[in-house]
Design a protein around this ligand. Structure first.
Ligand code: COA
Length: 182
């Protein structure tokens, strides 16, 4: 587990760095999650107070400690400022353990392919490092940008797995359709 944690803490893509969050990222966590635009489709994720962002950071950090992976902070190689977040969280889907793929970027970073690039890196990393747990994404039906990001990361729609989520009905995307035969 410790070996996995060391290698997981920093990933690189053509344009992006991904790193484990630190306490110094709490303000960025609040900034991204308090912009109403970033939580339109997932209002249960919206934050308004610093204390809430601190609690969310603690949950993210606890998962990193427990599993050796989690949500990464994402930014450009030539800029230390974070653009957003992308990562995986263990959860259950229809009674099976899965890794849920997450991405949320500041509105100013949208439309430049960053989320697709980060989600591809995370999906590739999970396939290599956590191959036993299937990776999925839960996307609200109207969230077309998120659906495109899931496709770009190699996931495909699995209608038979669609289910109620925290904010209403979710469409389910899976990385390995063969593991989820209807
Ligand atoms: C979803 C989100 C991460 C996409 O970020 P992004 O950096 O703009 O995504 P990308 O630039 O990588 O675009 C990926 C694809 O989505 C498309 N796309 C982006 N915004 C779109 C929009 N508003 N409507 C339709 N398609 C859109 C892009 O054209 C691209 O398509 P392609 O793969 O066919 O070229 C961003 O919109 C976001 O943070 N949203 C709020 C949080 C959220 O909804 N997270 C997902 C929860 S399930």
């Amino acid at each position: 587990m410790s070996e996995r944690s060391e290698t997981a803490e920093e990933l690189r893509t053509a344009r992006l760095w991904l790193r484990r969050p630190t306490e110094a990222d709490i303000d960025v966590i609040l900034g991204v999650h308090s912009d109403p635009e970033t939580c339109v489709h997932n209002p249960s994720d919206a934050l308004t107070r610093h204390e809430e962002a601190e609690q969310l950071y603690r949950r993210w950090d606890k998962q990193w400690q427990q599993y050796g992976y989690g949500y990464w902070v994402v930014g450009r190689h030539d800029d230390a400022r974070p653009l957003g977040f992308c990562g995986i969280k263990p959860m259950e889907l229809h009674g099976q353990q899965v890794l849920n793929l997450f991405y949320r970027f500041a509105g100013s970073a949208w439309g430049q392919g960053f989320a697709g690039e980060a989600a591809t890196a995370v999906t590739t990393w999970a396939a290599a490092q956590v191959p036993d747990i299937p990776l999925i994404a839960r996307v609200r039906p109207a969230n077309v940008a998120s659906q495109r990001v899931a496709h770009r990361a190699g996931l495909s729609r699995a209608r038979h797995l669609d289910t109620e989520g925290y904010d209403g009905f979710d469409w389910i995307y899976v990385a390995q359709p063969e593991r989820w035969a209807p």
